[in-house]
Design a protein around this ligand. Structure first.
Ligand code: F6R
Length: 282
């Protein structure tokens, strides 16, 4: 995992936006996996601003959202579909037919989940999957004990997740208990993953995901088995990491590696045997 620690949420957002912009423009990623929740809100605002400046174009981009509450129609104020419309899709040039969502009111749950998996496959798979993380270490709605090989399916939410969501609903009985969600196995097939976490409340989950064992008790820990994961967190979310010194050291050195290598090659090719400046300092 590439662990990037930034001072605060604003910096996490800047990093994440530049990361996404780079993948869309340089790597031509056209199929994105997206989360809802409070974590990506600032990123979506940055994307809208970037779109207005002409830095990112969604004309031929397809999106797949991670999950949707079961029982909510698409236009329900708390549906994830509505959330995405309000906070992103309504303000960029994405084509409505390129937006993919799990239905909150499917006629047949299994068929609906299979349809979603098929739609992802038919577009050649998700290139960049953006994720948040729950306090219990969930990604999507893959709550603790979810199979790390799971595919898109229905999931009963934990009491903790339901509690976290309660504030968004006027009446208790409206708070959804079930959701449809991409599985951990589905998420693991994305070419690249960018996970964002901010705030002290996420510190335990972040530590378990990065430094704990790979376990269904923290489904985000499955990402340790993914070859291209970048985790961007603020200082508060990094508070429980044991090896944060190494992640900072790694970030410092990674930034110097390309220049160092170029210098070594130049010296080798020109027969100049003196040590490059970067190596002398070590
Ligand atoms: C939402 C999702 C969830 C959230 C997680 C964190 O689509 O898949 O896994 O990313 O619950 O939520 P926030 O960002 O609200 O703390």
């Amino acid at each position: 995992m590439n662990v990037v620690i930034r001072p605060d949420e604003a910096d996490v957002t800047r990093y994440a936006y530049e990361f996404l912009r780079d993948r869309m423009n340089r790597k031509r990623y056209r199929v994105l996996g997206l989360p809802t929740g409070s974590t990506p809100l600032r990123l979506y605002r940055a994307v809208i601003d970037g779109f207005k400046r002409g830095e990112v174009d969604f004309a031929d981009v397809h999106t797949f959202n991670l999950d949707e509450y079961l029982g909510l129609p698409p236009d329900h104020p708390q549906s994830y579909r509505r959330f995405m419309e309000t906070n992103l899709f309504g303000q960029i040039n994405i084509k409505p037919e390129n937006i993919n969502f799990l239905s909150g009111l499917p006629r047949d749950i299994e068929e609906e989940c299979e349809r979603y998996e098929r739609a992802i496959r038919e577009l050649g798979g998700i290139k960049l999957q953006i994720l948040g993380i729950g306090r219990d270490g969930h990604i999507g709605f893959n709550e603790p004990t979810s199979s790390l090989a799971s595919r898109t399916r229905d999931k009963t939410l934990t009491r903790e997740t339901i509690e976290d969501n309660r504030r968004f609903f006027e009446r208790d009985e409206e708070v959804p208990r079930w959701a449809l969600t991409m599985g951990v196995g589905t998420i693991m097939e994305a070419r690249e993953v960018l996970l964002l976490a901010t705030g002290r409340a996420k510190a335990d989950a972040v530590a378990a995901m990065i430094e704990g064992p790979v376990t269904t008790m923290c489904t985000a820990s499955a990402l340790q088995m993914h070859p291209r994961v970048t985790v961007v967190i603020d200082e508060a979310a990094a508070a429980k990491l044991n090896h944060d010194d190494y992640y900072r050291w790694m970030a410092d050195n990674d930034a110097r590696m390309v220049g160092y290598l170029e210098e070594r090659r130049r010296r080798f090719l020109t027969g100049d045997s003196a040590q490059p400046e970067a190596a002398q300092k070590q």
